[in-house]
Write a new protein. Structure first.
Length: 276
């Protein structure tokens, strides 16, 4: 299916949810770096969660606009809009996907830790996970902490396995991150439509009952992950015990909205019974 995508180059992998299980299938170059765009956010969120566990930050400490906290920023509930500027609504009243919120988080980690966010992310997330081919592009227009990572499929699968079975944070923190926060909030899933509710965790979108969606019809409601404007995606289905990741050299658009769900359904069909 991937070989028929309307792209110049793509790399897609499916892996079991534990590090001991190698990728079951990969298509395309596993070592070629691609820009991840907003799939950076799950990595940034991990860095923030590490900082919380270290005591550098507090999940419910004030951050961002008045009335907002680190939790609001991670869950796109701070009231900040997609781009730099004043808040567009009060915190906790709408799910507004915000690159700005993640820029604020990166700046907060840097300020409180005393080291640049790029270095904190490298030492706290990328190096421990063996993501040697991935780096933060600091001149990303949307903000490095929001959309600046570039790296190969191999590293994206490593990030996916970490989100499936945590090694950098506790099971309790992981459970919180992959649970819905501010469950009553409605919002727009970029590239798709408005959903009410529009569930998100702390750094990852949670599929819930959303449709149309970039994952498949058969993905469980507890599936979580992220996609990016550069044709990148990462999902973890905890019911199936699978991680699926993809990178491409064509921006997200109608082609991806059609191709990715079909791929997800095919992956889930071929993997039954679950790998773990």
């Amino acid at each position: 299916m991937v070989e028929h995508w309307p792209v110049g180059s793509a790399a897609v992998g499916v892996a079991g949810a534990t590090p001991a299980m190698p990728p079951t299938t990969t298509v395309g170059p596993t070592d070629r770096p691609f820009p991840w765009a907003s799939v950076t956010k799950p990595a940034t969120a991990l860095a923030v969660l590490v900082a919380i566990e270290e005591g550098t930050l507090g999940l419910d400490e004030p951050a961002g606009p008045p009335g907002s906290t680190v939790r609001h920023l991670l869950a796109h509930a701070s009231g900040l809009g997609p781009d730099p500027g004043s808040p567009v609504v009060a915190p906790g009243t709408a799910r507004i996907y915000s690159n700005t919120g993640y820029v604020v988080l990166g700046e907060l980690v840097a300020r409180r830790s005393g080291i640049p966010f790029e270095e904190y992310l490298q030492c706290g997330v990328l190096e421990p996970l063996g993501m040697a081919g991935t780096a933060l592009v600091t001149d990303e227009p949307a903000g490095a902490a929001a959309a600046g990572l570039a790296g190969p499929l191999r590293d994206l699968l490593a990030l996916g396995r970490e989100w499936a079975v945590p090694t950098l944070v506790s099971a309790q923190t992981h459970d919180a991150a992959t649970s819905v926060h501010f469950p009553e909030l409605a919002g727009i899933l970029p590239g798709f439509q408005r959903f009410d509710p529009c569930p998100w965790g702390l750094g990852v979108e949670i599929r819930g009952a959303k449709w149309p969606h970039w994952t498949g019809h058969t993905n469980s409601p507890s599936t979580y992950g992220h996609f990016g404007r550069t044709g990148s995606f990462l999902w973890i289905d905890p019911v199936a015990g699978l991680v699926c990741a993809g990178l491409a050299d064509r921006p997200f658009g109608p082609w991806a909205a059609q191709a990715w769900p079909k791929l997800a359904d095919a992956v889930l069909a071929e993997s039954s019974p679950p790998l773990v």
